[in-house]
Design a protein around this ligand. Structure first.
Ligand SMILES: *[C@@H]1O[C@H](CO)[C@@H](O)[C@H](O)[C@H]1NC(C)=O
Ligand SMILES: *[C@@H]1O[C@H](CO)[C@@H](O)[C@H](O)[C@H]1NC(C)=O
Length: 362
């Protein structure tokens, strides 16, 4: 009996280690980040994107980027969200909109965010996108982001008491808002909390990026999800070509990293890819096996700067055969500097919103 007990104790200990181990760790070089929200595969005949929680039961994805907060200052001075078929108040009359605004109240998503966080994933809100209106000022907008989505307080909280883990800046046009000031303000808010928050950016691959280059050089940014697609000469489809004139250019970003061109000298760089042929310019697409090989080689070569893979978007990744995210994750785990479960190096993440005190302001 004693031996059996010891055995089952060890077994449960191991099981416990594994379940606690799975989770995002910024210091790993095997993270997978996926944009969710724009349902980009549905423009063809593929199935619609599923609610957020449907993607949180497996360990393929570590970072989910909710896309997008696309109008910084809409009706009533509040921002506007869009997640395509999810929480769509224009098609679903059960979805409430906060009075005097175009800001929708997505309680289901709030519950899903907590669900995914409890599975060890971080959830970032991506701001911008191709059709964004970048029309606020840094002081107002940073305060709103803190109050509406983080530990501040507002009667208008789209995800109720769920607290997102940070923001991502996907600015693809000139911003009216001082983006560096915005990042600095967010980092100031982050410092007031014991919770770990992130700020990330999604530049296009030509270095330095036209819209986000200065941001990366002048503000502290934790991760850059570089879009190696839709830019032609520096896309994934040019991976393996000689360095000039056309070549996938992670080497340039790594060189900038080693040149200490970024305010955050330890910023993690991610290789972004389209997860399906129709997710962007079809000429930029590389298949899951090509991408997996590319990732393995970059991970092995660029041991300081490399953080993992990014993909656009979830709907394509999970409609792909093999699953684009799972395939990339497996390739990355094979050469990961973290343990096979990302165990030893990972903090356990759990949402504990009820314990947090809220300031009463909006
Ligand atoms: C409509 O919105 C409600 C409330 O958010 C939600 O529970 C329901 O699933 C939505 N219906 C569809 C078809 O998306
Ligand atoms: C890194 O620094 C070297 C030397 O100053 C410079 O020639 C090179 O262009 C820099 N690379 C990048 C990507 O900024």
């Amino acid at each position: 009996m004693k031996q059996i007990n010891t055995f089952s104790f060890l077994l449960s200990l191991v099981a416990n280690l594994f379940s606690q181990a799975l989770g995002f760790d910024i210091s790993c070089n095997s993270n997978v980040a996926v944009y969710w929200g724009q349902n980009s595969a549905a423009s063809g005949s593929l199935p619609y994107q599923k609610p957020l929680r449907a993607y949180c039961d497996d360990d393929s994805v570590d970072i989910i980027l909710l896309s997008f907060l696309y109008i910084l200052k809409g009706a009533g001075g509040y921002p506007v969200l869009n997640f395509a078929n999810i929480c769509d108040y224009t098609k679903n009359s059960s979805v409430p909109v906060f009075p005097g605004t175009e800001l929708m109240h997505c309680s289901d998503m709030g519950a899903d965010i907590k669900y995914c966080q409890n599975k060890g994933k971080i959830i970032l809100l991506s701001i911008g996108g191709a059709t964004a209106q970048l029309n606020s000022d840094a002081a107002t907008f940073s305060q709103q982001v803190w109050n509406l989505f983080m530990e501040g307080s507002s009667p208008y909280r789209p995800f109720d008491d769920a607290i997102i883990d940070g923001v991502d800046l996907d600015f693809e046009q000139t911003s009216q808002m001082d983006i560096i000031q915005f990042a600095n303000n967010m980092n100031q808010f982050y410092k007031t909390s014991s919770r770990k928050y992130y700020i990330t950016a999604a530049p296009q691959c030509p270095y330095p990026d036209a819209n986000l280059g200065k941001l990366l050089q002048q503000a502290h940014i934790d991760m850059a999800f570089i879009q190696f697609y839709n830019s032609g000469w520096c896309d994934n489809s040019k991976y393996g070509l000689p360095r000039w004139p056309e070549s996938m250019n992670y080497y340039m970003w790594d060189e900038a990293w080693h040149n200490k061109s970024f305010t955050n000298a330890n910023i993690k760089l991610y290789v972004g890819a389209m997860a399906g042929t129709g997710a962007g310019n079809p000429g930029s697409y590389v298949g899951p096996d090509f991408f997996a090989k590319e990732l393995k080689e970059l991970q092995a070569t660029y041991t300081d700067s490399f953080g993992g893979a990014m993909m656009w978007d979830m709907s394509w990744a999970y409609d792909s055969t093999p699953n684009f995210a799972t395939n990339a994750k497996q390739a990355l785990m094979a050469g990961s500097k973290c343990s096979s479960t990302q165990g030893s190096c990972c903090e356990k993440r759990a949402a504990e919103p009820s314990k947090r005190r809220r300031r009463r302001s909006s």
